[in-house]
Structures are given as structure tokens and as C-alpha cells.
Design a binder for this molecule. Structure first.
Ligand code: ADP
Length: 364
């Protein structure tokens, strides 16, 4: 998984389970992405349709004095799922607690978040597809009726008590909505899918964040960075920071087109924004598996990379750019992938009867 921000403010419940420390190559030294994250809905760039629907939900919730509906965000990492949760919490001025699926291993892990939730607050559960089935079933009544069923005692003397909870909002985020069970998905009232950003929106993000980082960047350089950031604001931020460091070390700190290009070339980021791992994926698919089709497990094993990393972080953008396609028999490289890597496309396979003909001849 890519980098995540730590639990953020909002005055969470006292006895929350500790969150594992998060690290990443993208994690910058000077304040992290937190500094660059939009705080209000008006500061959010792109994702217009999503932002408009959220504005309606916010207005309705404010007018009625009720909590927001439960919302599920899905989409590849770094597109703004956490950002939207943060923005909603700021717009409503309510408490926000953050956790993630892997941290909620047992019912007891989730309990403090539920019992300490105050009226109208938001509980953000990242990677919600990773919560175990037992925990998932445990939160169904929470999402429906704001109560938990707790079993006290064991065996014959066991009894279930209904614990009423405050009305609050669960915001779930997932990179794998297909892995979410139907019943859990149905309990979210709003489903918002985040798409990759177009170059214009990413250029705006780069320009705004350059000024937040107190660095100057020309319009062409901002556009170049945007077009090489795989449609992903988190990557645009990370690449902006790198280019800024490069400009400081090698020049006077100003980012122009040639500085941006040199800095990105030094990180092996190519003209469409693919990095070494993305290209290795395509090369492995083409050279080892003759362009596919092949399953992601075989690709991951050959590359010595976790299959989740490929499916969550590498493949979505390659699919979006049509470098690969999904077929019932696995991933297949498209002619765009061959062209991008400068490799010749193989001759189409001979028709089966011709193959048979050839094989018969071997024994004549
Ligand atoms: P996700 O939760 O989907 O993995 P984040 O919400 O953490 O992604 O986004 C990563 C970073 O990208 C944020 O810290 C923020 O700086 C930037 N970002 C994301 N979405 C937007 C947006 N719509 N407008 C401006 N910046 C954004």
C-alpha cells in the first residue's frame, strides 16, 4: 500500500488502539502531505461531480441537524479519499477519527471507536475491504440502527445486550471495491468513485502546492509535472517535492521546464509518468509472458512484488492508459505498451489447423 497519513486531529476517543507507524518513499520531511491537503470543499480541485454531490449531502445534513449519511469512497491510492473525509469533517466542524481495516482485527478493536463516537462525528475507515468478516457483521447494526450487540458471559449463561450508540457517520475508503461484501456495500448510503485526474486539474494542484511549498514553478514545468504524475495528486506532490529539491541543489531553486525534465529523468520517470516498476511490469508481461494473457499472481511472483501492490498501485493506471487489458484469461499487453517500450509486436499466432498441419509434418 502506498503512504497514508497518520490519525488526524478531531479529539478522538481516549483509549483508541495504537495505529502502526506509516512510512513511505513519498513521505516528505517537511510536514508531509498534510500541509498540502485541501481543507475545505472549495479548495478541492477536480472530481467535480463527487464534490457537488457531497456539497448537497453537507447542506442537507446541516439543515436537518443530522449526521452525514455513511459514505464509501473507492478508487486507486492517492486520489483524494482521505482528503474528502478531512474536508467533510472541516466543513461540519465535527470530530474525525481515523483507522484502517487492518487495525480492526477483532470486534474489541472497533469497540472504542463506536462507544466513544460523539453525535454527528465521523469515523474514517481506510482500506475497509480488509476488515474481517466477524468485525464487518458486528458493525452492520451500528450502520443501520446505531447500536451494537454485545454478548456477555459464555455458554448457557451468555446473554446479548443492545448497546445504543450516538448517531455518527462512517466513511469507508477502499482501493478494491470489488472485495467488499454486498451487505457492507449496501449499508453505505453514498458510493463515490474517484477517477484519475486530468492534466489540467493536476497542473492546478501542482501550481497551488508549489506556492504552499514557497517555490516558484513556470506554467510549462507545472504542466510537465502534471502530465508525468499518473493522474494522481499524491504522486504529483511527491514529484513536485523532488523537482523542488533538484532545483535547489542544481540551480537557483526556480523550477522551469528543463529543470523539471532533468529531475524526473533522474528518477527514471518517463514521458507518460511511468516509473521503473510500471515499466518492469510491462516488460515482464511482454518478454516473459509473451504479452499475456497471464494472471496477476504469476506476474507478481516473477517480479517478486506483492500481488496487491500490482493490482492496487500499478495496474489501474496501466489499464486507464490502455497499456494493458483484462481478459478472462488474465492481463494482456496492448499494442500501445509495445510501442511505448519501443518493442516489436509479435506476429499473431498461426491458426490452429495450420499448427496441426505443421505438427503432422514432423512425423511424416
Ligand atoms: P487517498 O486517501 O485516496 O489515498 P489522499 O486523500 O491521501 O488519497 O490524497 C493524497 C494527497 O493528494 C493529499 O494529501 C492532497 O495533498 C492531494 N489531493 C488529493 N485529492 C486532491 C484534490 N482533489 N485537490 C487537491 N489535492 C488533492
Amino acid at each position: 500500500m502506498s503512504a497514508r497519513e497518520p490519525i488526524i486531529r478531531g479529539g478522538g476517543p481516549g483509549n483508541l488502539p495504537p495505529e502502526p507507524p506509516r512510512t513511505s518513499e513519498d513521505r516528505p520531511e517537511d510536514g508531509g502531505d498534510e500541509k498540502l491537503r485541501p481543507q475545505r470543499l472549495s479548495e478541492v480541485i477536480g472530481q467535480r461531480a463527487v464534490a457537488e454531490r457531497l456539497a448537497i449531502a453537507l447542506a442537507a445534513s446541516k439543515k436537518r441537524g443530522e449526521p452525514l449519511p455513511h459514505i464509501l469512497f473507492d478508487g486507486p491510492p492517492g486520489l483524494g479519499k482521505t482528503t474528502f473525509a478531512t474536508v467533510l469533517h472541516n466543513e461540519l466542524g465535527v470530530e474525525l477519527n481515523m483507522t484502517s481495516g487492518p487495525a480492526l482485527d477483532k470486534k474489541m478493536d472497533v469497540m472504542p471507536y463506536l462507544t466513544n463516537a460523539v453525535e454527528g462525528s465521523i469515523l474514517f475507515i481506510d482500506e475497509i475491504h480488509r476488515i474481517p468478516k466477524t468485525v464487518e457483521e458486528f458493525i452492520y447494526p451500528v450502520m443501520e440502527d446505531f447500536r451494537v450487540d454485545v454478548v456477555l458471559g459464555e455458554g448457557m449463561s451468555a446473554r446479548t445486550i443492545n448497546l445504543p450508540l450516538k448517531k455518527f457517520t462512517i466513511i469507508g475508503a477502499t482501493t478494491r471495491s470489488g472485495m467488499l461484501s454486498g451487505p457492507l456495500r449496501d449499508r453505505f448510503h453514498m458510493h463515490e468513485h474517484l477517477e484519475f485526474y486530468d492534466v489540467e486539474d493536476l497542473t492546478r494542484i501542482v501550481q497551488i502546492n508549489a506556492s504552499k511549498l514557497r517555490t516558484t514553478i513556470t506554467d510549462e514545468a507545472a504542466w510537465e509535472l502534471a502530465r508525468r504524475s499518473r493522474g494522481t495528486p499524491r504522486l504529483a506532490n511527491a514529484r513536485l517535492r523532488w523537482v523542488r529539491d533538484y532545483a535547489t541543489a542544481r540551480a537557483d531553486g526556480q523550477i522551469d521546464l528543463s529543470i523539471a525534465r532533468d529531475a524526473l529523468a533522474m528518477q527514471d520517470i518517463d514521458v507518460v509518468g511511468l516509473d521503473r516498476q510500471d515499466r518492469r511490469y510491462l516488460e515482464t508481461l511482454i518478454r516473459v509472458f509473451r504479452g499475456g494473457p497471464t494472471g496477476p499472481g504469476a506476474l507478481a511472483a516473477t517480479m517478486s512484488v506483492a500481488v496487491d501492490t500490482l493490482e492496487e498501485e500499478v495496474e489501474p493506471f496501466l489499464l486507464r492508459r490502455e497499456f494493458i487489458m483484462r481478459t478472462p484469461r488474465g492481463r494482456k499487453a496492448t499494442h500501445l505498451a509495445y510501442r511505448h517500450l519501443g518493442l516489436a509486436e509479435p506476429e499473431p499466432d498461426l491458426p490452429t489447423d495450420l499448427n496441426l498441419f505443421d505438427q503432422r509434418r514432423l512425423f511424416e
